[in-house]
Ligand binder design. Structure first.
Ligand code: SF4
Length: 208
């Protein structure tokens, strides 16, 4: 049987703005939702980006672990549960290597737990931290780490981060700025809000 593959939009080998500690950031391509103000609109279409096998991505992560001492991987996008089977396989390999798995999903935890699509239950079972729910622009939230809007919640699904539960709701959001091949790449919370309440992405320019 051929190995499952992941449609990869972007990776950052070591980030400290997408979950606890140092993490490998894996952005996947394609999301069925269209939240107004989505911070990654270029990752919404289900179009071919970089298709990588599970073992190829796992090897990239393990190289990042050796180079940067990352403690886990954060998967976001795009919608990770739209590629649930491949990502469940990856997440299993990551946790077998002692790494933690954090996922940002536009679906609520309740919706995911009742979803019957292949791989969804398996991916949830391999997830340590889940940030759930769509981004709601009218409920913008800069006061909680990793959170985009007030409806979203960080769930400790496995207990791995039990000692930290609640701490992420009392520390403000953060962002990182990089220049990669001449392009400004912002991750974490890429939004600024002006005095009129208009959102601007740091790597774009015009208010929406
Ligand atoms: S669920 Fe996330 S990736 Fe999808 S449109 Fe909404 S904010 Fe963007």
């Amino acid at each position: 049987m051929s190995e499952l593959r992941i449609n990869v939009a972007m990776v950052i080998p070591c980030t400290e703005a997408e979950g606890p500690g140092k993490r490998f950031g894996l952005w996947v391509q394609g999301c069925p939702m269209r939240c107004p103000g989505c911070c990654n609109p270029e990752m919404l279409e289900f179009e071919d980006r970089r298709w990588a096998s599970v073992s190829e991505v796992l090897a990239e992560v393990l190289a990042a672990r050796d180079a940067h001492g990352i403690e886990g991987v954060t998967i976001l996008g795009g919608e990770p549960f739209a590629q649930a089977e491949a990502l469940a396989s990856l997440a299993g390999g990551l946790r077998a290597a002692g790494l933690s798995v954090m996922i940002f999903s536009g679906y609520t935890r309740r919706a995911l737990e009742s979803m019957r699509r292949p791989g969804v239950a398996a991916l949830l079972a391999e997830t340590d931290l889940l940030v759930d729910g769509p981004f709601v622009r009218e409920e913008l939230d800069h006061t909680r780490r990793w959170i985009g809007s007030r409806n979203q919640v960080t769930h400790d699904l496995s207990g791995r981060y039990a000692a930290l539960v609640g701490s992420w709701d009392t520390s403000p959001n953060t962002l990182e700025i990089r220049v990669i091949q001449g392009r400004l790449v912002v991750n974490g919370s890429p939004f600024l809000m002006d005095k009129l309440g208009r959102l601007t992405r740091l790597d774009e320019g015009e208010p929406e």
